[in-house]
Ligand binder design. Structure first.
Ligand SMILES: Nc1nc2c(ncn2[C@H]2C[C@H](O)[C@@H](COP(=O)(O)OP(=O)(O)OP(=O)(O)O)O2)c(=O)[nH]1
Ligand SMILES: Nc1ncnc2c1ncn2[C@@H]1O[C@H](COP(=O)(O)OP(=O)(O)O)[C@@H](O)[C@H]1O
Ligand SMILES: [Mg+2]
Length: 188
């Protein structure tokens, strides 16, 4: 086999996950900066990023699985209370790694068991726990269709994934532009 041909195995493909900084946290610049630094320093590519105010209806669709939980109302109220920063992140094992970095859901537990996690460091309460991360590929597909309806996952894998994996990208640090990785100009 020609050794120059990249051996693309399922395990080498980058995985995508949907990450979010929740409205209570986006009001605090040092938390936003802290989470962004954690994303970059843990070798995630920011494939798409935007700021949006999630409507109550969209929050209810996003967290449908929790409709009967005692915290559901406060969760929907929180998620539609202001601007969220939403990201599509790419990395090897992105889903598992991002959830590890976030730490346990319940902040009071995270502060004791995972003090260096995002929720351990910046969490306020169990609802206001700073960030969201998809918990599976299925959840990612549902979440990305809700928050990035224009993003085509298959097309990304067909046209962009290989270039990210080959490091043919640069991080857009222009303060006026969206903070995300872009394909090198010769690939756009
Ligand atoms: N099982 C159960 N647990 C509750 C109930 N209310 C509160 N808790 C739990 C939720 C949290 O794990 C913990 C602390 O509740 P807090 O209301 O102080 O924090 P939480 O993050 O839920 O609320 P918040 O961010 O202030 O809206 O107590 C309840 O009605 N049933
Ligand atoms: N016991 C709880 N008390 C208050 N809020 C909660 C509780 N459990 C979950 N939540 C809120 O609901 C969101 C979704 O819950 P879940 O999917 O179980 O956690 P995760 O966000 O870690 O995947 C949590 O991020 C948190 O904001
Ligand atoms: Mg969850």
């Amino acid at each position: 086999m020609d050794s120059r041909v990249p051996i693309i195995t399922a395990s080498s493909c980058l995985e995508l996950t949907l990450a979010m900084i929740k409205p209570h946290a986006t009001k605090v610049p040092y938390i936003v900066k802290g989470v962004q630094n954690i994303i970059i320093s843990n070798d995630f590519y920011i494939v798409r990023s935007k700021q949006m105010t999630i409507s109550p209806d969209l929050a209810e669709a996003f967290y449908k699985e929790h409709k009967d939980k005692f915290f559901y109302n406060r969760l929907i109220t929180l998620m539609s209370s202001g601007i969220s920063h939403v990201y599509i992140l790419a990395r090897q094992n992105a889903i598992k790694k991002w959830r590890e970095i976030m730490g346990p859901t319940k902040v009071f537990k995270a502060k004791i068991s995972h003090p260096h996690s995002i929720r351990g460091q910046f969490g306020l309460t169990d609802t206001r726990n700073v960030t969201h991360g998809s918990d599976s590929v299925e959840s990612f597909k549902k979440e990305v269709s809700l928050l990035f309806p224009e993003f085509n996952v298959n097309k990304w894998y067909e046209t962009e994934e290989i270039h990210f994996r080959s490091n043919n990208e640069y991080f857009e640090s222009n303060p006026r532009a969206r903070k995300q990785h872009r394909l090198a100009p010769f690939l756009q």
